[in-house]
Design a binder for this molecule. Structure first.
Ligand SMILES: Cc1cc2nc3c(=O)[nH]c(=O)nc-3n(C[C@H](O)[C@H](O)[C@H](O)COP(=O)(O)OP(=O)(O)OC[C@H]3O[C@@H](n4cnc5c(N)ncnc54)[C@H](O)[C@@H]3O)c2cc1C
Length: 509
């Protein structure tokens, strides 16, 4: 595995050790487990023996968090995915350990983390329901407190490592008050242990890919869970879920990297050794371009996954980094594996090579832990918020010589609003400087000193006279523009004329 210059000695050592063990022991085990489609306890035991389940568990609980951290967890998931057995490792890390670490109390950590670190308790992340997928806030399962227990009813769907796992990090509704729902305080997080009364596996899903691991549905029928098992306070569920999803997305991007490496090595093996038309097919430039694209995608995906991991290890909140890394890596794997199969011709679709299996898993990775579309939505919302300052365009005014809008540089001295006309003049200038665009309230206030209430009064006054058009949201006036009669009221028609010097005056009427 290629290492990054910012990795610590321990992380580099971990990467080297993991690669050796994966190549020598885990790939043979994982290949058999995938072909037979059986959950490999042998692989779990081997990984547990290396302490790998403890990457996110602090030393005092028997783990290696201080040495390895999220970066180490990503390194392990990348390597182990080459053997196709990353499922239980990942779900234990992001489906209990991460949430316990950040939101568990001391007694909860004492109870569960040591066994998790040693791979004796496997974890499972339990969010999705039959009627709550991308809109995960709409979880319907309920947890109702009765004394020192919660009584839980509902169904969960699509859980990875279901049945094999011992601890299920679950989210249930603990309030149906509209105000709690509006404030995302309606969910709570619980650790539900295998064996809890009323808690059952309902179904094991048969799906493309994910061979050698379980994915399935759970049923809670008056299941009883001690209050002790609730993480944080009632209502903290959404916050815990969102924090957990950042780690989950990084650790869903990491296995994709290992899968991409497998694709590239099998494609390259074929290209170097397959002769057609009297020469290796790898001599054909279009095949070389395919490998080149695969390597570029791998490099970019690795950079993003390990940058997100690094930021998470620094303790930063990483919703955008985690989403970008998972989105880019998963989409890149899908493209890479299709091209790898194309490079290999018929061999690419034979079950005796891992590439066809990776193709099936690639589709899953574009859906699990947030679909590519949902991640794009998140990146749009969070990204535009975080980039707010960078996205501000400079204020511009019409340059008298050039007769075009030029950036102003330093913000203008703001004029105090005395009448509606001052606001109308700002809208009129915007007609010239940003043709066809409305102004938001901040845009207007960059030119004039005015309170929110006075600005709204002026705009409503202009609207009533037909001089301004307003666009309202549920928060009030959001956008404003000048109308034709507004333009006429603000300035004579010549004011708006712009004829460039190169235009023949004879043609201008
Ligand atoms: C292999 C696999 C493993 C999984 N493992 C787990 C697990 O361990 N634990 C767990 O809790 N869940 C798990 N899931 C569930 C997974 O998180 C959901 O499948 C996923 O969040 C999408 O939900 P959905 O399937 O209900 O799709 P839907 O929400 O029904 O979406 C259908 C389509 O609409 C699109 N869409 C939905 N909303 C929007 C929107 N607002 N804007 C644009 N597009 C939108 C989606 O992108 C998708 O293309 C797993 C799923 C798979 C396939």
């Amino acid at each position: 595995m290629e290492t990054f210059p910012w990795w610590s000695e321990s992380q580099i050592q971990l990467a080297n050790d993991a690669k050796k063990i994966v190549d020598e022991v885990l790939i043979p085990i994982g290949t058999r487990s995938a072909l037979e489609n059986t959950f490999s306890r042998e692989a779990v035991k081997l990984m547990a023996g290396q302490g790998w389940f403890g990457a996110l568990v602090p030393k005092k609980y028997g783990g290696h968090f201080e040495q390895w951290g999220v970066t180490g967890a990503a390194i392990l998931n990348e390597e182990v995915a080459r053997a196709g057995v990353a499922g239980p490792l990942g779900t234990t890390m992001f489906g209990s350990a991460a949430q316990l670490l950040h939101s568990g109390n001391d007694a909860q950590k004492d109870k569960w983390l040591p066994s998790m670190a040693h791979g004796e308790l496997l974890g499972c992340i339990t969010m999705t329901e039959p009627y709550a997928g991308s809109d995960i806030a709409s979880i319907e399962s309920t947890a109702v407190r009765e004394g020192d227990h919660y009584v839980i009813n509902g169904k969960k769907r699509f859980q990875t490592t279901v049945a094999a796992a011992d601890l299920y990090l679950c989210y249930f509704q603990t309030s149906n008050k509209p105000e709690d729902r509006a404030a995302y305080r309606h969910l709570s997080a619980f650790v539900v242990e295998k064996g809890a009364p009323g808690f059952h596996v309902e179904k094991i899903n048969d799906m493309i890919g994910m061979f050698g691991n379980y994915n399935g549905n759970l049923s809670f029928d008056d299941a009883r869970v001690p209050v002790f098992n609730r993480l944080g306070q009632e209502g903290d569920g959404w916050k815990i879920m969102m924090g957990g999803l950042n780690v989950e997305r990084i650790l869903n991007g990491a296995p994709v990297l290992g899968a991409m490496r497998e694709c590239i090595r099998y494609a390259q093996q074929h290209l170097e050794r397959r002769l057609q038309f009297g020469r290796p097919v790898g001599d054909i430039a279009t095949n070389q371009f395919k490998i080149s694209d695969m390597i570029s995608k791998l490099y970019l995906s690795r950079l993003m996954v390990y940058y997100a991991s690094y930021c998470a290890d620094l303790g930063r909140d990483v919703p955008i980094e985690a989403a970008v890394s998972k989105l880019f890596a998963a989409d890149s794997l899908m493209e890479t594996v299709l091209e790898a199969i194309q490079c290999m011709g018929g061999n690419g679709v034979l079950k005796m090579y891992p590439v066809q299996r990776i193709m099936q898993d690639a589709k899953l990775s574009q859906i699990a832990a947030g679909t590519s579309e949902v991640l794009k939505l998140l990146i749009y919302r969070q990204g535009t918020k975080r980039m707010k300052e960078d996205l501000k365009v400079p204020q511009r005014i019409i340059d008298e010589d050039l007769n075009v809008p030029l950036p102003l540089g330093k913000p203008p001295v703001k004029m105090t609003v005395k009448s509606e006309m001052d606001v109308l003049n700002v809208l009129a200038e915007n007609y010239l400087v940003n043709p066809g665009l409305h102004m938001n309230m901040d845009d207007i206030r960059e030119w004039i000193e005015v309170s929110d209430a006075d600005l709204a009064t002026c705009l409503e006054g202009l609207e009533a006279k037909g001089n301004a058009g307003l666009y309202r949201t549920r928060h009030g006036i959001a956008l404003a523009r000048i109308t034709l009669s507004g333009l006429q009221a603000a300035h004579p028609p010549e004011y708006y004329r712009h004829i460039p010097k190169w235009a023949d005056p004879k043609d201008m009427f």
